[in-house]
Each structure stands twice: as structure tokens, then as C-alpha cells.
Design a protein around this ligand. Structure first.
Ligand SMILES: [Zn+2]
Length: 321
């Protein structure tokens, strides 16, 4: 069970057939969860017995049972791994994202249930860490992303609806290494102190840094900083922020089209999704991207309460329609 099955799917069409078989789906889920052998998620023991009729293991270390879902984004979901992996395949690979309506229709579940799945899959796309600082040629750019403030937690609403950029807008900072990866972060404002702190945290000193003429970028002297003033021109040789602007338009196209309305409260997960897709675009195929998300699904959870701030989770949110 340590490596993926030889007939593992490589296209969406193959994936539909493959994950449509609950036995195969279960086997694949086990191989993806435990590439180095089945390990108890609670105590780490490798000593266990498998109860095949119930698809669970009894751990000889902590004397408790566990399933392939325990300790992952799939925990507590009554939906089978066949449905989860099909949805994960779609979300990992569709360039402009997949709406919860589409997932609901494909899987025959309620839209609310699909929406909950969607967010949990995006949660698995959240990078565990950004790693080393970016270097080489760097574009930094800030943007405002719209969203209606209803359905936000009261404190979030109070915090977000202040500062510049209009009351429905959330400020986001983006930093891109040309030919490499992009990083985004929701920021409280676009003041000098805020934006420069992000640049210094994520960019190696001495790198070529390209920004627009926003005053907040003045004084980044430890970089080879060059500014393109959009009031005058958009490109001056290598000096431009077109890579970052293309990324923002991907994000906004996804938000305005596929995802009909996005609350600022959920924006970070949409950004995670776009970042994941952008950062996994080169040299990888659909199966690789799917595997990367599945391998990142363990050790993290996103509960209904965390997602909505509500405890009254209706049963329809989880049960297939
Ligand atoms: Zn155990």
C-alpha cells in the first residue's frame, strides 16, 4: 500500500470511473494518506488490526479505532472517499475553480454540503509554510478585492470595514518571483509599514524588486527597487508588475464568475486555491496536483463551526440529498 496503484487515473475521465468504484477509491485513499505505511493518527503506532467490514483499524498502541479520515479534512464526513476524491480532483485542476453547485450536481449532494466540501479541500491547499525567501526578479503589488460584508463575524466586520479602499473591499498583498511562485496575504491596510513588512519577510535583500508608484513602496533601499508609474506607462523594459496583475485578474475572474458571492471572511481560502493552482502549474499533470492536495489533507481540519461561526449545523449540510 505504500505507493499508488499502477492503474491510478491520469485524466478526469479516468478519475470518474476509478473513484466511482468505492473499493478502489478506498485503496487509493489509504495509499495517499500513508505513503510510508498505515500509522495511527493518534499515537503514531504502526501496530494495528484492520476490520475490513467496517473499513477501520484497531490500534494496538492506544487501543482506539481510526479510519482513513481521522485527523484529516475528511474527518466526520459521512461522504465516502470516492466522492471526496472526485471533488478534490475537480478543485485541484479546474483553472477557474469549481462552484459548489457544480460539485453538488456531479455528486448528487446538496449545494450546502458541496460548499462545505469545497472549503475543506481549499483548506488542504493552504501552504504549510512558504519556505525560503523569494529572490531574483520580484514583482510586488497590492489590490483590493470586493465582497459583501454580510455573514461575517461581527468582530471581523468591525475590523475589515475600516481604512481605505471602500467598505466592502479587503486589501491583499501579492509577491511574485518571475518564473517561480506567488505568495499572497490579506493585510489590514496598504500603508507603508504594512506592505514593506511583507516584502522584507518574503523577499531576499538585494533582489530586483518591481512595484508601482504607490508611496507605500518608497524607501525599500535594500532591494534593487524600480518603479513603474501607471499614470505614465505600464511597462518599461523589465520594469512592470504584469505577472502580479495577471494573477489578480485570475483571482477576480474566479470570484466574480465561478464563485458568485464571496464573503471577505472566506477570501483567504479562495486565495489559497488560486495560489496552489498557480504554484503547481509547471511540470505537473492533473494527477500530480490531485496527489499534492491529498497529501496535504492530513493533520488539518476545518469544522462547520470554524467555517460559518455557527454551531447549528443542519444535517442537510452533511447528508447526501
Ligand atoms: Zn494509536
Amino acid at each position: 500500500m505504500s505507493s499508488l496503484p499502477a492503474d491510478f487515473p491520469s485524466t478526469l475521465q479516468d478519475a470518474i470511473v476509478y473513484f466511482g468504484n468505492p473499493e478502489k477509491a478506498f485503496e487509493a485513499a489509504v495509499a495517499l494518506r500513508w505513503p510510508n505505511g498505515i500509522t495511527c493518527p493518534r499515537c503514531g503506532s504502526k501496530e494495528h488490526s484492520f476490520i475490513s467490514t467496517r473499513k477501520l483499524w484497531f490500534c494496538k498502541g492506544c487501543k482506539k479505532q481510526f479510519t482513513v479520515k481521522v485527523g484529516s479534512i475528511f474527518e466526520d464526513s459521512p461522504l465516502g472517499m470516492d466522492k471526496w476524491m472526485f471533488a478534490t480532483w475537480l478543485v485541484s485542476n479546474c483553472k477557474n475553480g469549481v462552484s459548489s453547485c457544480e460539485i453538488a450536481r456531479h455528486l448528487g449532494i446538496t449545494q450546502k454540503s458541496a460548499w462545505f466540501m469545497d472549503h475543506r479541500i481549499r483548506h488542504a491547499m493552504h501552504p504549510d509554510s512558504f519556505g525560503n525567501k523569494l529572490s531574483g526578479q520580484i514583482e510586488a503589488d497590492e489590490t483590493y478585492i470586493g465582497g459583501k460584508a454580510r455573514n461575517m463575524h461581527a468582530e471581523d466586520r468591525k475590523r475589515k470595514i475600516t481604512g481605505t479602499g471602500g467598505k466592502d473591499k479587503t486589501a491583499v498583498m501579492g509577491i511574485l518571483e518571475r518564473g517561480g511562485k506567488v505568495r499572497t496575504k490579506i493585510v489590514d491596510n496598504t500603508k507603508k509599514k504594512t506592505l514593506q513588512a511583507e516584502i522584507r519577510e518574503h523577499v531576499l535583500a538585494g533582489s530586483a524588486l518591481f512595484t508601482d508608484a504607490l508611496k507605500s513602496y518608497d524607501g525599500l533601499d535594500e532591494f534593487q527597487h524600480e518603479v513603474v508609474d501607471h499614470a505614465v506607462e505600464y511597462v518599461r523594459g523589465e520594469v512592470h508588475t504584469n505577472g502580479m496583475e495577471n494573477f489578480w485578474s485570475l483571482v477576480k475572474r474566479g470570484l466574480n464568475g465561478t464563485y458568485v458571492s464571496v464573503e471577505p471572511f472566506h477570501l483567504s481560502r479562495y486565495l489559497d486555491e488560486q495560489m496552489f493552482r498557480y504554484n503547481n502549474r509547471k511540470g505537473l499533470n492533473d494527477a500530480d496536483r490531485f496527489v499534492n492536495v491529498m497529501r496535504n489533507a492530513s493533520g488539518k481540519r476545518l469544522t462547520w463551526k470554524e467555517l460559518t461561526g455557527k454551531t447549528d449545523q443542519p444535517s442537510s449540510a452533511l447528508v447526501a440529498a
